[in-house]
Write a protein that binds this ligand. Sequence first.
Ligand code: HEC
Length: 192
Amino acid sequence: MINRKLLMAGFAAAALALGAAGAMAQIELHNTVTGEPLNLSDAGEEGQDTPAFKEFIQTGKNPYNKEPNCLANGEQLFLSMCSGCHGHVAEGKIGPGLNDDYWTYPDNNTDKGLFETIFGGASGQMGPMYGAVNPDQMLQIMAWVRHLYKDGVENAVWLDDEQKASFKPYDGHSHAPKADPAKTPEACKASE
Ligand code: HEC
């Protein structure tokens, strides 16, 4: 005989376990070139406990793509960490352009792929960046790189339908909108 009560209790426990696992499930990150798993602990703890990074590591989507108040800090980080090789507006220099719809590694047109390249590096001069910027700052840089995108919306696969509807290609010279301190997430405030 099946004990109904026990069965129900079993279901409830299973559902709870599933729920807990669901809440903790993280996306798996791999090196862009080798496919080796990336180890987040290489980066140290800073920038891994922000609301944005916690969301990213579960969804693979960069929440800062929808946060205009983080663009100014993302721009500053890009100018100090990336533009020397990728150009002022990511037009390309000794590293390839990041503002168009051609990618050496096609996965870079997703947030997950772009994060993997920044965190773990690619080949040659494109070394891993986890020692230079923390994971939350990588998301801020990524949002700025996406902001610099100048090509067709049809290849901007990181945008959802709503963002696509209001998309405007980058005009080639303007700076990030000034952040409103009252609305700026803590992690996006410039550290002096
Ligand atoms: C010392 C120079 C240098 C710095 C600094 C640097 N990069 Fe790179 N980057 C390169 C080179 C060179 C490549 C090409 C590597 C390859 O093809 O494997 C590259 C490749 C990339 C790619 C892959 C592009 C594609 O077409 O698939 C991305 C994305 C990228 N870099 C982002 C960044 C970001 C963001 C930063 C700053 C956080 C940064 N890089 C800093 C030199 C650099």
